[in-house]
Ligand binder design. Structure first.
Ligand code: PLP
Length: 386
């Protein structure tokens, strides 16, 4: 028997979340008389821990997929994805150019080093390129002062047949909170990027879902947004929950209770006796620990659902186990299922908040040793609910 733990991945939930994003974009862009943007569904980091296969299956309505690993891009093509694929960090090595040509991949160019790789390359097929500007994130991209020269060098490569066409992109540092920073980034982008550029991409999840960006979007005809986290049912905002945004959890981490202990008042629970019982408690031992991807920093009191009832984590999370308070759930027994996050449990964002991190980290950190169960359709979901 494998350990009784699994990560349930819902394809219908992923599909639903993409539909919510597309509908929000359609309404928002219509309100300012613009065509809705094209959508790159971001599936980096193994589709935020949900699996590349699940992403390709669920995001058929997206216009493209975006990620950073060439191996993941190749996997998408092997799975039959024919629409655009964008590599968000572009080339790591000159050898990547042959892969990009063979699999028709769009590459981000963010450094002069990458331009040198393209200049030196023998190309079998002209590449689509997105030239990235650093407008204030201060991570990847050409400075505003360098951008024009970099873009001109890419234009020269268009004339030489190495690059098929060049678009422009940037990334926001604070689209989830301070709008003024995003506005400043957009104004800088619009000042520096030539109006003649047809393809631009600026918005992550937070900016895709915020109507405030609309008046400041570049004029280019082909707008591409890049939502990631919201597609997986986690909110990009600390002040608005995923449920409030109409999103469904796409990943549920659950494990069985494998033992039950009765603890008297005054006794400690687990390593360091980090939790001390003040009354008698019935404690369930759950087959999930930090080596499965549950955050070790989650404190006592972090919500966990058992038999559909919300209860709480007790004591320190161990490598392979954690303890849950079953006192309010007398019918819970060995074999009962504890939902650590997801469908019928606390949201991943709530657990992340308790542990001082973000839903992003928890979703993509579920360990490879945890078996994935894929719910492909509504029937699978209904069967799983029973
Ligand atoms: C990860 C990433 C995204 C998606 O961000 P979310 O916050 O998950 O929507 C978009 N663009 C770039 C460049 C990224 O690295």
């Amino acid at each position: 028997m494998p350990r009784p733990i699994s990560a349930i991945i819902s394809i219908p939930a992923l599909r639903h979340n993409l539909a919510v994003v597309i509908e929000t974009l359609r309404e928002n862009y219509a309100s300012v008389d613009r065509e809705p943007p094209f959508v790159w569904a971001v599936i980096k980091a193994n589709a935020y821990g949900h699996g590349i296969e699940a992403g390709v299956a669920a995001f058929a309505q997206a216009d493209g997929l975006a990620m950073l690993d060439f191996s993941e891009a190749i996997r998408c093509r092997e799975l039959g994805w024919t629409k655009p694929i964008m590599l968000l960090e572009g080339l790591f090595d000159p050898d990547d150019i042959a892969t990009a040509c063979q699999y028709n991949l769009t590459v981000v160019v963010h450094s002069f080093n990458q331009i040198e790789m393209l200049k030196a390359a023998t190309i079998t097929q002209a590449l689509e390129v997105m030239v990235k500007m650093n407008t204030g994130m201060n991570r990847l991209g050409f400075s505003p002062a360098d951008f024009s020269m970099a873009f001109q060098q890419i234009q020269d490569l268009v004339n030489e047949g190495v690059v098929a066409s060049a678009g422009a992109m940037t990334h926001f540092a604070r689209a989830d909170d301070d709008f003024l920073v995003t506005k400043t980034q957009l104004e800088l982008f619009n000042r520096v990027v030539p109006d003649a550029v047809q393809r631009v991409s600026v918005c992550n999840s937070a900016a895709s879902l915020r109507a405030e960006v609309l008046p400041y979007l570049p004029v280019a005809t082909d707008q591409w947004v890049r939502p990631g986290i919201c597609l997986y049912g986690s909110s990009p905002f600390s002040t608005r929950s995923a449920a409030h945004l109409g999103l469904r959890p796409a990943q549920s981490l659950q494990a069985e209770i494998i033992s039950i202990q009765h603890v008297e008042a005054g006794e400690g629970i687990g390593y360091g006796h980090a939790y001390e019982a003040s009354t008698p408690l019935r404690v369930g031992i759950v087959a999930c620990g930090y080596a499965d991807g549950y955050p070790r920093h989650a404190p006592s009191g972090t919500p966990i659902s058992v038999e559909g009832v919300e209860t709480r984590l007790l004591g320190r999370v161990s490598m392979d186990m954690l303890m849950v308070d079953l006192t309010p759930i007398p019918h819970a027994k060995e074999g009962s299922i504890a939902v650590l996050w997801g469908q019928n449990g606390p949201s991943v964002d709530t657990v992340a908040h308790c542990a001082g991190t973000l839903g992003y980290e928890l979703l993509c950190a579920v360990a490879p040793r945890v078996p994935r169960v894929i719910l492909n359709n509504d029937e699978d979901e209904a069967k799983h609910e029973r």
